[in-house]
Design a protein around this ligand. Structure first.
Ligand SMILES: Cc1cc2nc3c(=O)[nH]c(=O)nc-3n(C[C@H](O)[C@H](O)[C@H](O)COP(=O)(O)OP(=O)(O)OC[C@H]3O[C@@H](n4cnc5c(N)ncnc54)[C@H](O)[C@@H]3O)c2cc1C
Ligand SMILES: NC(=O)c1ccc[n+]([C@@H]2O[C@H](COP(=O)([O-])OP(=O)(O)OC[C@H]3O[C@@H](n4cnc5c(N)ncnc54)[C@H](OP(=O)(O)O)[C@@H]3O)[C@@H](O)[C@H]2O)c1
Length: 390
């Protein structure tokens, strides 16, 4: 390999993302589901980007034209007005709005900018009430994008497009756990993305990046700036004879699909146990066919499913863990690794509590000893309890 190739291969990063194309997109949830979760295949061939199970893909999203154009109309500026890009190049106002600034969630700065520019009257009173009360302002902003705000305060005018742009926040990249391994899908990265959709103030809204991957990106077009975000510690055991227990409800399944591909290809002799949960078996069993096939072929030694809304009482992954507390304890005593991926706020907290309970009930430890075992021995000393939660 020439030096020139090495340089270009090594150069893609968060600061210099690779422009990738999506080559496949399909629903993982079926009609009738309350969720919209999609499988995306991104082509990173010839990018030089390499990844290991546990890594995430960083994605810089663009705003949809359907949001950008009404904002330009509301501001009464020309779409082709020249403005400065973050790198200093001259681009059109429309391009700046599409590529460089967050539009789907209004920030605090814009509210102060509006308050500075609004003439005396009802709108000024309302703005003053908002900017003087931090909690009220947070609630107000939680459900509004820039179009909502600009339409509500339509007496405000900005002198120039640059003056408006200066109030907005740059688009930060979003991370998605990589759901595939290079050895099985060479030159590709697979993602499992829950599309954020909601309606507020009479308009349908989408998450910036999940909406971009679902609605904006065209198949086959190199238009997605991406980079690999290496995981610091969410890794398979170096010793492939070790057992692993994976807890990944919802999109938390993503890295475990990569783990299973890797363990299958490496013919790892350690056993693999997966806890997966979603709302309904019929519509939300993400990668259900693959998981069942792995279960039947013996790659996945145990598969425990928790479909929360298929019965009157909610059943979650931690309920399934409790049912098998004794075996989980035996696996852990035998050196198994325990992995959790997905929702941080509710699921990971409850799964953590369940592990503590299992250490007490199945392991016979006191509350203090259980705490020491889970939080210190497993998590810190032996690094066998690993989390990738968001
Ligand atoms: C390490 C890591 C790995 C991840 N892996 C995955 C993955 O594999 N798959 C995956 O899908 N995600 C994953 N995520 C989450 C992902 O990065 C994004 O955060 C997610 O897709 C939402 O981003 P977005 O840009 O689509 O939404 P945003 O534009 O950020 O919008 C989400 C916001 O919408 C708001 N919102 C939602 N509903 C409403 C409502 N009804 N009313 C008002 N506001 C509302 C919420 O407050 C939330 O802040 C991961 C995150 C991390 C950190
Ligand atoms: N903060 C929030 O309010 C919120 C809500 C939804 C999603 N999210 C985020 O949206 C992203 C994707 O979510 P997703 O749609 O893939 O999956 P998800 O919302 O995490 O749902 C997957 C499964 O987990 C269940 N669940 C809910 N609360 C749980 C708990 N405390 N313990 C265990 N399981 C629980 C859900 O059941 P039920 O739906 O039947 O309760 C569902 O069956 C994640 O980033 C997640 O953090 C956040």
């Amino acid at each position: 390999m020439s030096n020139a190739t090495v340089t270009s291969v090594a150069s893609h990063s968060r600061r210099n993302p690779f422009l990738a194309a999506m080559i496949e997109r399909r629903y993982l949830t079926l009609p009738g589901s309350a969720k919209e979760t999609i499988h995306c295949v991104i082509n990173i061939q010839a990018s030089g980007l390499d990844h290991t199970p546990g890594d995430s893909l960083g994605v810089f999203a663009r705003n949809p034209e359907a949001l950008v154009d009404p904002i330009i109309a509301q501001l009464q500026f020309r779409a082709d007005s020249p403005v400065a890009s973050p790198s200093g190049a001259t681009i059109s106002f429309r391009q700046a709005l599409i590529e460089h600034v967050v539009l789907n969630r209004a920030n605090r700065k814009i509210m102060f900018a509006l308050a500075d520019r609004v003439p005396q009257g009802e709108q000024r009173n309302r703005l003053m009430e908002l900017v003087d009360n931090s909690e009220l302002l947070s609630d107000y902003l939680h459900t509004r994008d820039y179009l909502d705000v600009l339409r509500e305060f339509d007496e405000v005018t900005f002198g120039t497009p640059d003056e408006f742009l200066a109030q907005l926040s740059p688009i930060p990249p979003r991370l998605y756990s990589i759901a595939s391994v290079p050895a099985a899908h060479q030159g590709e990265v697979h993602l499992c993305v829950a599309v954020v959709r909601y309606e507020t103030h009479g308009r349908s809204k989408a998450g910036l990046c999940s909406g971009f991957l679902s609605d904006v990106v065209s198949l086959g077009k190199r238009e997605i700036p991406v980079f690999i975000q290496e995981s610091r510690n969410f890794r398979l055991p170096a010793d492939s004879r070790r057992d692993i227990i994976m807890c990944g409800p919802g999109t938390g399944i993503a890295p475990f699909r990569a783990f299973l591909e890797q363990r299958s290809l490496a013919r790892a002799t350690g056993r693999n146990w997966l806890f997966f949960g979603e709302q309904h078996h019929a519509t939300d069993f993400l990668y259900g066919e693959e998981l069942l096939a792995w279960h039947h072929s013996g790659v996945l030694h145990r598969l425990d499913l928790a479909f929360s809304r298929d019965q009157a009482q909610k059943i979650y992954v931690q309920h399934r863990m409790r049912e098998h507390g004794k075996e989980i304890w035996e696996w852990l005593q035998n050196g198994a690794y325990f992995y959790v991926c997905g929702d941080a706020r509710r699921m990971a907290r409850d799964v953590h509590q369940t592990l503590l309970d299992i250490a007490r009930t199945a392991g016979g430890l006191t509350a203090e000893a259980a705490d020491e075992y889970v939080n210190v021995t497993l998590m810190k000393a032996e690094k066998r309890y690993l989390r990738d939660v968001y």
